[in-house]
Write a protein that binds this ligand. Structure first.
Ligand SMILES: Cc1cc2nc3c(=O)[nH]c(=O)nc-3n(C[C@H](O)[C@H](O)[C@H](O)COP(=O)(O)O)c2cc1C
Length: 398
């Protein structure tokens, strides 16, 4: 993740959900970002600067008038240091103040002076959000290039349901990384990633599937997004959280995945087939539930599913995955050549910490000539980044 030296200025305002900013700050800090938290006067009634101070390991700004912090030398020092300013949660009040150029505290001065992108994650009562004056303020800020994430529909502080809740932290986090990566090495590239296993119906209740969790493909989609790519993720059914800022096309069967991939690759620079597509499906799916009591044994006749990598061809980089249990490298080298791929990622699914369902993977990346690069065990996100390094350099040569 390109986090080295990047500074996130995290503005926290007077909302019940201010405590969630601590979670965000901890997450960004863990991933290597420098997080400088700025509290409004009201925010301090809801969350503690001390918590943020400890979670970020950085001084926290609570006023413009303090002589002893490193930022007070200049009321715009933070605006210059910021690679991104994220206001989360953003109250109706801060949105109104920012929309009207008010600069009466450190957060508003920072936003007014910064050249960095500004992300706003609103959180408020649903009537406050729906009020025309708030909507006008939001429209004004959007027109000026501010990026809004949320609010979400859900349970509000008042206990009622409505639109106004701070959106999921995963989404705020994902959008922030996407914004920070806008000028990355994959900027302007369209990357199609497939993930997860497919489900081939036997009858309306049963299906043939496999153990793929989708984690590898989702990690690739996130990593590509964080390097500036426009990502389409064609996903089989999985329980992995959908990444923010990525176009997700949900499919179930190999046939549906084929159609979605052919459609998405019309404008693609690269296709990465990390999905575990079923090789066989029932030749005929029953339209009604097959009853146990009506049968002795059940024999299913299977037929081959379409070979997506075989059919998805064009002027784009094609990358396959080979999840094998025996002769891993030999099988992968055969596949890369047989299918005319640019790269293949081979892994032994029987190895500990590798393959389906795990958060780590140990893979070998093989190029079109069969040359292998063996990687040590690492997180699936790190594997994704290594693979994207290779794709990025292939794209430069194209
Ligand atoms: C208990 C309580 C909860 C509040 N929650 C919110 C909220 O979620 N969103 C909001 O816009 N305002 C909320 N307010 C009102 C703001 O705190 C108030 O408008 C304040 O002036 C915002 O200041 P700031 O934008 O400078 O942080 C709340 C007020 C109280 C007393």
């Amino acid at each position: 993740m390109a986090t080295k030296g990047k500074t996130i200025v995290l503005g926290i305002t007077g909302s019940i959900s201010a405590y969630k900013a601590a979670d965000l700050a901890a997450r960004f800090t863990k991933d290597g970002f420098r997080v400088d938290a700025v509290f409004t006067e009201s925010a301090m009634k809801f969350a503690s600067p001390m918590t943020l101070r400890n979670l970020t390991g950085r001084p926290v700004v609570t006023t413009m008038w303090e002589l002893s912090t490193e930022f007070s030398v200049e009321h715009v020092a933070l605006s210059e240091a910021a690679d991104v300013v994220l206001v989360a949660p953003a109250s109706a009040n801060i949105i109104a103040r920012l929309a009207n150029g008010i600069a009466d505290d450190m957060l508003t001065c920072t936003v007014l002076a910064t050249k960095a992108p500004v992300i706003i994650a609103p959180a408020m009562n649903d009537n406050m959000w729906a009020n025309q004056v708030t909507q006008d303020n939001v429209a004004k800020l959007k027109k000026r290039g501010f990026i809004f994430v949320g609010p979400a529909y859900g349970r509000l502080a008042s206990g009622k349901m409505g639109l106004g809740r701070l959106t999921e932290l995963d989404e705020i986090y994902g959008v922030t990384l996407q914004v920070l990566g806008k000028k990355g090495d994959l900027a302007g590239k369209n990357i199609v990633v497939t993930a997860g296993g497919t489900q081939e119906p036997v009858d309306p209740v049963r299906c043939l599937t496999n153990r793929s969790s989708g984690k590898m493909g989702y990690a690739i989609a996130e990593a590509a997004r964080n390097r500036g790519a426009a990502v389409t993720l064609v996903s089989g059914p999985t329980s992995v959280t959908k990444p923010a800022g990525v176009k997700v096309v949900d499919v179930k069967t190999a046939e549906e995945m084929l159609k979605a991939v052919l459609d998405a690759t019309k404008k693609a620079d690269a296709l990465i087939m990390a999905a575990a597509v079923a090789d066989f499906r029932p030749a005929r799916a029953s339209g009604s539930k097959i009853k146990r009591r009506e049968l002795g044994d059940l024999t299913l006749k299977l037929e081959k599913t379409p070979d997506i990598l075989e059919q998805a061809r064009g002027n784009f980089i094609r990358v396959g995955f080979a999840a094998e249990s025996d002769n891993v490298i030999a099988n992968a080298v055969d596949k890369v050549k047989r299918k005319g791929l640019d790269l293949i990622v081979a892994n032994n699914i029987t190895e500990k910490g590798s393959g389906f369902g795990t958060d780590t993977n140990r893979v070998t990346i093989i190029d079109s000539k069969g040359k292998a690069e063996e990687l040590p065990i690492m997180s699936k996100y790190e594997v994704a980044d290594k693979l994207l390094d290779r794709i990025s350099s292939l794209l430069k040569k194209k």
